[in-house]
Design a protein around this ligand. Structure first.
Ligand code: IPE
Ligand code: IPE
Ligand code: MG
Length: 270
């Protein structure tokens, strides 16, 4: 199963996409892909199969995002907290990541065709060494692509990311590279794993849970948040359209925020 599902939209899906695209569209969408285990339970399949189908849904969702002209997607694939799950489940998820990132290395043509740049955000030192290597190779292999971006948050939590950025700034001050007066919100943003991306316009969490679970806390301060009850492996094109519609309905009020609240935008647009 590949990283981008090759399937054209049906006529009615295409029509809907075109109607949505007449309105303001999010440029960057983040997903908390939640509900894999409940899906496995519901459909009487193994837990690992639920996670595997969750990955397949990512490939399909990426395709829909491209069809809708959304060129940046960030997904929460594995949190640092998830290391606390049973050894069997963590090992299974690491194995799935090994397979998928190795597979990515064999899919260069397809990724190049779509210009997909894949980044992995998180504390990769927490991962088994062989997985770190596969991820590094995969990331390097798509580094030059620039039509669309997929950021996979893996071994990630937002507080860990922010603490890491603070440590980096403290180190800079200690080494005399920056002054303590240089420490600012803008500099901290530049020290985050996400420094190469604009902030998400829309954050979607599936499975009915209404919390952020330590995901992109800094970056989503002014994003539109949409919580949907569908379990991630069952996510559909129509669920995505509904979330985009909610974004469009809230867009007006987001536009009315004082310009100072959009102040990071300029960093990413230059
Ligand atoms: C999200 O689904 C995937 C990961 C956290 C790796 P879950 O595994 O959290 O599934 P639920 O939420 O327990 O159903
Ligand atoms: C958040 O889901 C992490 C991912 C989707 C990878 P969790 O299922 O781990 O979060 P909690 O435990 O419900 O907050
Ligand atoms: Mg969950």
């Amino acid at each position: 199963m590949s990283w981008i599902r090759e399937r054209e939209l049906s006529l009615v899906e295409r029509l809907t996409a075109n109607i949505l695209k007449a309105g303001p569209m999010p440029k960057h969408v983040a997903f908390i892909m939640d509900g894999n285990r409940r899906y496995a339970q519901k459909t009487h399949v193994e837990r690992q199969e639920g996670h595997s189908q969750g990955f397949e849904k990512l490939a399909e969702t990426l395709r829909w995002c491209l069809n809708l002209g959304i060129h940046e997607v960030t997904v929460y694939a594995f949190s640092i907290e998830n290391f606390k799950r049973s050894k069997e489940e963590v090992d299974g998820l690491m194995e799935l990541a090994r397979q998928k990132f190795s597979r990515l290395l064999t899919e260069q043509e397809n990724l190049e065709k779509h210009g997909v740049c894949i980044r992995v955000l998180g504390d990769l030192t927490l991962l088994p060494e062989d997985l770190q290597q596969v991820i590094a190779k995969a990331v390097v292999s798509t580094r030059a692509h620039n039509k669309c971006f997929l950021n996979v948050c893996f071994a990630y939590t937002s507080r860990h990311e922010i603490a890491n950025a603070v440590k980096e700034m403290a180190w800079g001050v200690e080494q005399g590279l920056i002054k303590s007066s240089d420490v600012s919100e803008v500099l901290l943003s530049e020290c985050l794993y996400s420094s190469n991306s604009p902030n998400p316009d829309l954050l979607i969490r599936t499975s009915g849970e209404v919390r952020l679970s330590d995901f992109l806390l800094w970056q989503t301060s002014y994003s539109c948040l949409v919580f949907q009850s569908v379990l991630w492996p069952e996510y559909s094109f129509w669920n995505l359209c509904e979330a985009v519609l909610q974004y469009q309905l809230s867009h007006q009020s987001l536009q009315e925020l004082p310009p100072s609240l959009h102040r990071y935008d300029h960093i990413f647009l230059t």
